[in-house]
Design a protein around this ligand. Structure first.
Ligand code: ADP
Ligand code: MG
Length: 650
């Protein structure tokens, strides 16, 4: 006799059932030679399925030794058991256990994917097997388009694709009509004649009679083991040469299978996949656009501020910012400006006054804000000259009627004039003034609103419009070597002394910049916190759906394990699905954010929302990372399912 392919020595398998233990197999010894055809019979509960699960390496004995082709199973880990199943066994189930989402041909190919056989070879083998089993034209059909008999033939083809020396069949004809059952048995006998070992569990005495050896179980023990007169096998089947599936082509094939299954699963539940994605889409879109908007507005505000010039402070009448009675406080006067000008730490003083009047030029008329300023005002405020020149200290001293107009005024009156108005005389109320310069429009600074503004020497405005009345403000340029805060304190002391009360407020550009920077930092932090929360919520959505997906597909997982999928294959399949859902969601979210940015850029002039390749890449990586992080737990749960438990789930 040759060495047995299957050898059980004193095997015991017990199950915990509440407080007691159920012994399903007891002191069980059995050896089966290569090429035998064995029927296992016995009443329900006698241990047939338990035996078959142990033989197929889906389950392990509690004690005792099981050797497959000489290898002791108890020494093997989960992946090595999966390899044994791939290399030696082919399973045929009572309920066929085909995957409903795949075509018949794809079902047949599946074990070959896990064995690392390349796609062309796989397809050839699958087609040849389907042809041989009489279901060749049905390869492209789904299982639910096939009759029971056809499905069972497809499942036999699946069992054979890796060459299976040993076919394990649990009630293979149990769900079939008589004729289909006979055909399946005929196929099994044929496989037996080729030299394969066939082990059939059955209730049916007629089925059992087809075998050359019948083993009867009762209460987990063998009560009869007899041979029939049926002719034996010619020669045991030769072991096929195995591809371990460990090479990179094998790994690639398995990754492709995992991706295909992920797509199939998503296609089968489109709405669900979309709703899951929606969490990620909204999260990524919101985070990306809020971050981009925040950056754009910070850029804008800071550039507005830097156009205000540096190291300046401006004194306004009023007890506080926004003081409603500030207009009634008339104590800020020219003498204050002169007193401040005498201080060593002050580099320049510009009193400002203002009034509104009408401006007329050749029959056109409009309202205008007339600003009386000193010659250094433009420098301190960071105004840029577009055309002509600014007025100088002499013009201020001599109360000259020289006007500098802003860009709005130029557009209103001199849009078609080659001179831009330089040299022209405009009437401000009843006062004619000659235009000497035009200042450029600046973001957030000069001419950024719709109002017209004209700048005259403050002496002229006081002489012609307001009289020697209160100032609108005093603008001070601080010497570079003095700190703004120190200067501010000195100015406060001086003016408080002069007024006997503190009836003015001081605006310091440094303070504004600091406030805005710290405000935007706080905002950025808040946005980041919201971002993390929304992405975690999106991730939990992914995890939730993946858990549902796993529990819906437990029997699929069982089938895959039975045909030899490794734990890593199952893990990969669900991880790929989670990652695909969240990275597709991420791409959609990025697209929405970019479109939103374009829309804002078009709708709000002067606002520049932009996305760097870095931020897009970061958003994409984040969404992918969420898929991996939140998909891992469900995927691991699937991978560590017990094959027997998974298979028995319906
Ligand atoms: P058969 O297939 O011959 O009907 P089984 O092998 O399914 O018998 O079961 C044999 C015995 O083991 C039965 O008493 C059954 O209740 C018990 N059994 C099988 N599987 C489990 C399990 N997972 N947990 C507890 N008891 C089990
Ligand atoms: Mg059973």
């Amino acid at each position: 006799m040759t060495n047995p392919i299957i050898d059980l020595q004193n095997v015991r398998r017990e199950f915990a059932a509440g407080d007691t233990t159920v012994v399903a197999l007891d002191d069980f010894s059995l050896s089966i030679q290569p090429g035998e055809m064995v029927a296992i019979i016995g009443q329900s509960g006698s241990g047939k399925s338990t035996l078959l699960n142990i033989l197929g390496c889906l389950d392990r004995p509690t004690s005792g030794a099981y050797r497959v082709a000489g290898r002791n199973v108890s020494e093997l880990d989960a992946d090595a058991l999966a390899a044994l199943r791939r290399e030696h066994f082919g399973f045929i189930f009572q309920r066929y256990n085909l995957l409903g989402d795949l075509t018949a041909a794809a079902n047949v190919e599946m074990p070959a994917v896990y064995a690392g056989i390349n796609a062309r070879e796989r397809r050839m083998r699958a087609n040849a097997l389907l042809e041989r089993l009489g279901v060749g034209p049905r390869g492209g059909h789904r299982p639910n388009q096939l009759s029971g008999g056809q499905q069972q033939r497809v499942s036999i083809a699946r069992a054979l694709i890796n060459g299976a020396e040993v076919i394990l069949a649990d009630e293979p004809t149990g769900a079939l009509d008589r004729r289909s059952g006979e055909e399946v048995l005929k196929i099994l006998r044929e496989l037996h004649r080729e030299g394969r070992t066939i082990i059939i569990v059955t209730h049916d005495a007629d089925v059992a009679a087809q075998a050359e050896r019948i083993i009867e179980l009762r209460d987990g023990r063998i009560v009869a083991d007899r041979r029939t007169e049926t002719a034996g096998a010619s020669e045991p089947v030769a072991r096929t040469a195995w591809d371990s599936g460990a090479g990179w082509t094998g790994a690639l094939g398995r990754l492709r299978e995992a991706s295909r299954m992920a797509l199939v699963a998503m296609a089968a539940h489109r709405l669900r996949a979309f709703l899951t994605m929606l969490g990620i889409i909204i999260g990524i879109a919101a985070v990306s656009s809020v971050v981009a908007l925040g950056n754009a507005s910070q850029r804008k505000v800071l550039s507005d501020i830097s156009s205000l010039g540096t190291n300046t402070i401006e004194v306004f009448p009023g007890k506080d910012f926004g003081d409603a009675r500030a207009g009634k406080i008339k104590t800020l006067v020219l003498d204050d400006a002169r007193a401040l000008d005498r201080q060593g730490f002050i580099a320049g003083v510009t009193p400002t006054v203002s009034t509104s009047t009408t401006v007329r030029y050749r029959g056109n008329e409009s309202n205008v804000l007339v600003n009386g300023v000193g010659e250094s005002y433009f420098l301190v405020k960071g105004a840029k000259l577009a055309k002509g020149r600014l007025f100088d200290a002499d013009a201020v001293r001599n109360i000259e009627r020289q006007a500098v107009i802003d860009d709005n005024t130029r557009k209103t009156f001199f849009a078609d004039d080659q001179t831009s108005g330089i040299g022209r005389v405009i009437w401000l109320g009843k006062v004619p003034c000659r235009i000497v310069g035009v200042i450029a429009q600046q973001q957030g600074g000069f001419g950024s609103n719709q109002n017209l503004a004209v700048y005259l020497p403050y002496t002229t405005v006081q002489a012609q419009f307001t009289g020697d009345r209160a100032l609108r403000s005093i603008l001070l340029r601080i010497s570079d070597e003095i700190s703004t805060n120190l200067a501010q304190d000195a100015v406060t002391t001086l003016l408080t002394q002069r007024h006997n009360t503190r009836d003015f407020v001081i605006l310091n550009t440094d303070d504004i910049r600091r406030t805005i920077t710290s405000t935007t930092q706080t905002l950025a932090f808040l946005v980041a916190a919201i971002a993390v929360i929304s992405l975690v919520v999106g991730g939990i959505g992914v995890m939730n759906i993946m858990l549902v997906s796993v529990s819906e597909r437990i029997s699929e997982i069982g089938v895959r394990m039975a045909v030899g999928a490794r734990r890593s294959d199952i893990l990969q399949q669900f991880l790929v699905e989670a990652t695909l859902i969240s990275s597709i969601g991420g791409i959609a979210g990025i697209l929405i954010a970019v479109l939103l940015g374009v829309a804002i850029n078009v709708a709000v002039p002067g606002f520049q929302v932009s996305y760097s390749a870095f931020s897009i890449g970061a958003a994409f990586l984040t969404s992918t990372g969420i898929g991996i992080a939140f998909g891992f737990f469900p995927a691991r749960r699937a991978a560590f399912l017990d094959p027997v438990v998974a298979l028995s789930r319906d």
